[in-house]
Write a protein that binds this ligand. Sequence first.
Ligand code: GLC
Length: 554
Amino acid sequence: MSQHSADPAPNTALTTVAPHRDWWRDAVIYQVYPRSFADSNGDGMGDLEGVRSRLPYLRDLGVDAVWLSPFYASPQADAGYDVADYRAVDPMFGNLLDADALIRDAHELGLRIIVDLVPNHSSDQHEWFKRALAEGPGSSLRERYHFRPGKGENGELPPNDWESIFGGPAWTRVPDGEWYLHLFAPEQPDFNWNHPAVGDEFRSILRFWLDMGVDGFRIDVAHGLVKAEGLPDLGTHDQLKLLGNDVMPFFDQDGVHEIYRQWRTILDEYAGDRIFVAEAWTPTVERTANYVRPDELHQAFNFQYLSTSWEAAELRAVIDRTLDAMRPVGAPATWVLSNHDVTRHATRFANEAGLGTQIRLAGDRELGLRRARAATLLMLALPGSAYLYQGEELGLPDVVDLPDEVRQDPAYFRGEGQDGFRDGCRVPIPWTRTGSSYGFGEGGSWLPQPENWGELSVEAQTGVPGSTLELYRSALAVRREQPDLGAGDSVEWLKAPEGVLAFRRGEFVCVANTTGEAVTIPAYGRVLVTSGDLTLTTDEAKLPADTTVWWTAA
Ligand code: GLC
């Protein structure tokens, strides 16, 4: 159904999903990592046509929207987060017609499409950067990035002490002697957002994709665009410890909010209830809330939640803190357990707590899967919007034993980076039990898949009671039917044994046992979904270790 006939805005979007105001407030959004989802042309690399062919699977899974990681023209120095042309599709993924067909088909199936926008940096192969290099020091193109002379007698030292998130200095020297800033890989020069051309360009890019009909943008490194005046030294070489815990001169500067206020006015010109979601790593959920004030962005990822262990008291604290932080700004909380930058939660929870979000240990797989299923059911019971990462619905573990020679994560090659092992969650997902790359494509897969991949495939789990895929399907179906799920901005905690979380939302009750022992709990009504086998008596239930159950009193 199109909403455009009554829309005065210059919006030529092709199709939209039936209007449902504020759909995003309780939406379940599924992240597709295009290189690893489905390969339609047998080159070993996923593509847009592959995604399009699998949209019915996503509709049947029961998600509301799909967020696509970057598919733009890019030399792929950071798997597409190094964009050379923001208005073109990389031939590796297809072309603009494929993007158009994907958006149309998604809308016809009732799915919304969110694309990734990478405004903090471009590729070093972006036209502006190539010209900036060619035109030399003092040229106006250099002002669109952060070029500086070096320190030291001959300018042989970087202009300040900032380090790249991927390890090593955040500066690279070019042959004419100047240095340029890159918070990530050297192939990802940071834009200078003080230069008006940068803002103009991104407002135009937003319109380009809005006119293509996308329903929103995930903003990459949304906290990084503005750097502190004068690019001051940090004064420490222990930067990694500060990241995410402290305000840095290059992250979470107050100036970023002005940019998002401008972007919001553009988005609001378009019909269709479109959204922005920020990838903003800030020291606290309270600072994250600044990004989702009413005139800024709609959602921000809740990385504090993602970083929390499978431990009741910690989970309860982060849930309360998140809801308390979001309530005053009127934005929905978001919840996320996995994405393309962290070890999958089935593997994180297979290991002891406190190892962080980058783990290269398989741990106890069975335990990890049991906890992951329980954690997902807990997440999907919380008020707000939830993000799923492709393959988690299959219970996929991280592939922790990829041989070094196949690794592609740029952080891996730059020493002790924050996240050097991201390839393990990016291995192409299995669709079929057997066959070339387990149904991913006809021509192998860009990262090798483990031998047990077939048993975890969509084919192997479909229709199998108790499989992780069927658990996700049931949970998402129930979430659609139960008005209390996802809605609202608070939970009512119920008394529960130590290590157990129990809360009520209207008629709905969720109980999660995070301990390694079975616990006896009251029977709260009718069981809607459970992540493990429950033993029921008339008024009690035995909830196994690491298991979550949903009830309804109705
Ligand atoms: C974001 C992306 C990550 C990328 C980085 C640089 O954190 O999620 O994959 O490497 O930005 O663009």
